[in-house]
Design a protein around this ligand. Sequence first.
Ligand code: SAJ
Length: 453
Amino acid sequence: MAHQERFTERAANGDLTIGIIGLGYVGLPTAIGFHDAGFNVWGVDVSQRTVDMVKAGKNPTGDPDVDDIVPSPGTERWHITDSAAEAVPHCDVILVTVPTPITHDLKPDLSYVEGAGRDVFQSIVKGSRTIVVLESTVYPGVTAQTWHPIIEELGLVIGEDLEIAYCPERFNPGDPAHGVRQVARVIGCSNPEVGAALVALYQKLTSEDVRYVGKLEVAEAAKVIENVQRDINIALVNELARIFPALNVDVEDVLSAAATKWNFHRYTPGVGVGGHCIPVDPYYMIQRAADVGVPAGLITAARAVNRSMPSHVAGVLSDLMWNANVAAGDAKVLLLGWSYKAEVGDPRETPAEPLAETLMAKGITVGAWDPHLDDGSYPEGVEVISDISKAEGYDMAVLVTAHKACLELDWSELVKQMRTPLIYDGRRVLNLEELTSKGWKAYAVGRPYGDGL
Ligand code: SAJ
């Protein structure tokens, strides 16, 4: 029986050992998912803190959905280590789920993909045909460009010692409806038989569609443009959120009206676009287009619009406090929420940071309260508020992250703690009329700000 057929049969029976390199937001739920699906799992992470926490049955990620599903110590078929060299020889398939951030000058940082690849390939057993699958978000060509040189340098042969494939993670932190067991997947691989074998494997993980889509580059491109499209759509509503107030029209009224059309896709303007996906992945596509000399003007322009939102909002906040006679050198702003997204504790690329920095550069004092983040998550200069009932003497409250905890604040109490009762809804999720009735002067992104409500 051919290697792939045997692999497919073993996948169907859960009789495979799966290695996961990188136990973060994506890797840990993936390891748990394959373990729950009956497979033997080896989880590997370079962070001793992560390894220790997972070994103790604790969740080192910020995603609350993982809190109570980490297998307890001693669970069978569940092995955690900081050494790829220890894990790899046990594994039939190895999934690489390491970060692919951008550098300070907005270029793709592939060092984690390279490092994890080298750690894995160095420990591949010759002739084993171990399948190594990259899941991290990259751009077309990266898997081959990054890993082939290492494979050749180590004298390994694809098709004999190992196979490589790409299966993008599609994980939505803080969204239990779209966990690793409920999302459709695409698989790219130059060898269709290996692609088919991986389809059989991932079908054991997720209840949704799993599809072999052809060569690696197709799957790499699909993932990155999924997020490029989202960034462009958000940029459109953010640009409209700057145009319509100048026309004395609330952008949310316009978007809600337009959304009555059957194929209008509803997005919401905000103080900015954060996270480790949406504001990052477009730079991969921009880089790849530049590599081949094709302009990516729309993708680049959308990034510029979204990146400009924090400074745009900082300017509006300054105007509003000026109009309310708040003394320029003495103004204090309270940020409600800091995490890039509601219900998760993740400050990566959060728009709260450039917003705070722009305000502080104007001499404005900035306090921040986010019950999902620990006190060490904030940059220098931000006054960390651990207990919102202790926040006194602020002139402007800004809803930055639509955490439930923010939406459920006692606004009648908080307004009494303010020196000036100004509030700015940076995510268009608050009931501005209700806030006004409680004594606030309420404003919001994309809403005309004549004299408040
Ligand atoms: N945002 C807006 N307006 C919107 C939607 C989002 O300003 O209408 C902002 C959010 O506040 C946040 C940022 O954009 O700061 C990103 O939000 P997101 O909902 O896209 O959340 P992410 O970054 O966790 O995106 C994940 C991604 N999942 C994967 O990469 C596997 C993304 O592909 C998903 O489309 C997204 O979840 C989702 O669908 O929620």
